[in-house]
Design a protein around this ligand. Structure first.
Ligand code: COA
Length: 148
């Protein structure tokens, strides 16, 4: 398993993973706009030259926010999500972040468990944050003192 920076030439594969993993997937335009931002970075997880997962993070001043982490359903529960999260946390540390935050659907037990196991705390709820499949978002935060 290899983690690399996302190359735009692989965006179609990322879009395929996005569609398989989310009920309200980002479009190509949304990805292109985020990728072109100087504050956002995306990474891919490759197994035998196949992209099987990706993750993105925004870093502005000392604040980092996880944009997304997704692993193809048939590759889940094999430690790939963990590897991508490790990469994002290490990257945020390198960028001098004092904390890493994110929003996650309340019903997304897999992701909430992954973040809780890695030192994130649930610090609040945004009511009805997700419009499609209306649902609350849980706000999670990882503080700099947890950086290894
Ligand atoms: C969340 C996600 C990225 C996890 O990826 P993964 O490769 O399956 O995760 P890992 O195998 O590295 O698992 C790491 C830990 O996450 C937790 N976890 C992962 N899947 C889980 C599940 N289905 N149920 C409960 N806990 C789960 C566990 O604590 C697991 O550790 P363990 O295997 O030692 O119990 C993956 O489920 C996914 O792509 N989901 C769809 C997209 C998504 O919801 N992304 C998050 C948006 S905020």
């Amino acid at each position: 398993m290899k983690i690399d920076s996302l190359c735009v030439c692989n965006l179609d594969k990322v879009l395929e993973i996005e569609k398989k993993c989310f009920s309200d997937p980002w479009t190509k335009t949304m990805f292109l706009s985020e990728i072109s931002s100087k504050f956002a970075w995306f990474f891919t997880a490759c197994e035998e030259d196949e992209i099987v997962g990706f993750a993105g993070i925004r870093c502005v001043l000392d604040e980092a926010e996880i944009i997304n982490i997704a692993v193809l359903p048939e590759y889940q529960r094999r430690g790939i999500g963990q590897m991508l999260l490790d990469k994002l946390i290490a990257f945020a540390k390198e960028k001098g972040a004092s904390f890493v935050s994110l929003e996650v659907r309340k019903s997304n037990q897999a992701a909430r468990r992954l973040y809780l196991n890695n030192g994130f705390k649930e610090i609040g709820v945004r009511k009805g944050y997700y419009e499609k499949g209306r649902e609350d978002a849980v706000i999670m935060r990882f503080d700099a003192e947890k950086f290894s």
